[in-house]
Design a protein around this ligand. Structure first.
Ligand code: NAP
Length: 420
């Protein structure tokens, strides 16, 4: 099992293992894939140690010696800066490119000095256009709503366009003035106050359709009942509205046998989804925020634009008990990076107290993506069992009655013990 790859990145030798290849935007996973990991800053160190232990135990339990992950550390953030004087070394980017699938803890975003967010840089460099956030409830986790178990969604958020494209000019700048002049020349009836800052919201057919395609594929492969296109097309017709139209179009053109639109559902099927079909529907963003609270079980996979997705992911995570256990992934056609959704919480660094759930569940997502579903399932069920046993880290313990507070490392040990 494995082969010798005679290369170093950041001065570290690549461990024995195999490279994951990609076909049609999907990984082809060998039995001993080399997976680069970024430990993360602050609490990242504690969390990574605990998570890796859980991952290795789950793989061992499912496959014995037939399969294993060959973990390869790559540097980013403070650790990279201390080792190489670079926050995101070229070697790290090269390693992620070479090995294709990576997992990371949280990274400090250096404030000032013109340094871009490392997370945003990774997304842009590898064109990780789909931010995927599954949100489901684990029995026993304290939640602010009455029936948190009714929410079980996977949010596909477009990751490269929208107001996040970074095209923004301050009020009074020559660029803002020029854009105001151009807009008023093109549309004389539109008046923009001269002291306005200007931001641009590009939404393309290409960007929208590749995101919706991924969401629909996911729904089909995981037998999910529906994909909801969430947008604000009633106001922003040519950006948000176009996202919806392009979404319906790709479902119709590429997945006609496997999907049905809500319009056809009512016209031809009396509102009942035919067996084996995924329902494609759309909802206006403000209504969506009400519906995930009032009728959460009517939603499953949600595909949406960047800003909507940002808000919705955190709102949904809060509904099932918070960000400490919310996993995430940024996925492109030949690279995917799985990551904690919380930050580095520096005050808890190296204290062995923090909740490693976000990275552990991101790892479960990674195994699912690699096609090692048994490993993902083993992690999910042992994680759920540990929480039901009320053996939890401080953040959950302070909100649960009768819970036992455990350390980060102990939480990992309990999960492993619960794998049976
Ligand atoms: P944060 O690190 O997420 O921490 C804020 C608070 O959230 C913590 O004090 C803690 O609350 C709670 N929390 C976060 N992670 C937790 C976990 N695993 N288990 C339990 N509780 C957890 O947010 P921040 O303080 O705003 O950001 C700190 C740094 O992280 C910044 O440099 C920021 O740029 C960076 N950041 C990185 C990422 C990323 O890499 N993906 C994301 C966000 C922020 P209590 O104190 O109440 O227990």
């Amino acid at each position: 099992m494995g082969q010798v790859i005679d290369k170093t990145f950041n001065g570290l030798k690549v461990p024995e293992g195999e490279i994951i290849k990609f076909q049609n935007g999907r990984p082809v996973t060998p039995s001993k894939p080399i997976i680069p990991f970024i430990e993360g800053d602050g609490i990242g160190r504690d969390i990574w140690k605990a998570s890796q232990k859980v991952f290795d135990a789950a793989v061992k339990k499912c496959y014995g010696d037939k399969r294993a992950i060959s973990w390869f550390e790559v540097y980013a953030g403070e650790k990279a800066f201390n080792e190489t004087k670079d926050w995101l070394p070229k070697d790290t980017l090269d390693a992620l490119k070479e090995f294709g699938v990576g997992i990371k803890g949280p990274l400090t975003t250096p404030v000032g000095g013109g340094i871009r967010s490392l997370n945003v840089t990774l997304r842009q460099v590898f064109d990780l256009y789909a931010c995927v956030r599954p949100v489901r409830y684990f029995q026993g986790v304290p939640s602010p709503v009455v029936a948190p178990e009714k929410l079980d969604v996977v949010i596909f958020r477009e990751n490269t366009e929208d107001v996040y494209a970074g095209i923004e000019y301050p009020a009074g700048s020559p660029e803002a003035k020029k854009l105001i002049e151009t807009i008023e020349a093109v549309s004389p009836d539109k008046k923009i106050r001269p002291d306005s800052g200007i931001g641009i919201k590009p939404i393309s057919k290409t960007g929208s359709q590749r995101l919706v395609r991924r969401a629909v594929q996911y729904a089909i492969e995981h037998n999910k009942p529906s994909v909801t296109l969430m947008h604000k097309g009633n106001i922003m017709k040519f950006t948000e509205g176009a996202f919806r139209d392009w979404g319906y179009q790709i479902a119709e053109e590429e997945f006609a046998q496997k999907t049905i639109s809500e319009e056809k559902l009512w016209a031809d099927h009396d509102g009942k989804t035919p067996a084996g079909k995924v329902l494609i529907k759309d909802r206006i963003a403000d209504s969506m925020f009400q519906q995930i609270l009032t009728r959460p079980d009517e939603y499953s996979v949600i595909a949406t634009t960047n800003l909507n997705g940002d808000y919705l992911s955190d709102a949904c995570a809060a509904q099932v008990g918070g960000l400490g256990i919310a996993p995430g992934a940024n996925i492109g056609d030949d690279c995917a990076i799985f990551e904690a959704t919380h930050g580095t919480a520096p005050k808890y660094a190296d204290k062995d107290v923090i909740n490693p759930g976000s990275v552990i569940l991101s790892g479960a997502m990674m195994f699912e993506y690699l096609g090692w579903q048994e490993v993902a399932d083993a992690i999910y069920s042992a994680f759920a069992k540990t929480i039901q046993q009320k053996k939890v880290t401080y953040d959950l313990e302070r909100l649960m009655s009768g819970a036992t507070k455990v350390k980060t490392s102990e939480f990992a040990d309990h999960i492993i013990a619960n794998m049976g």
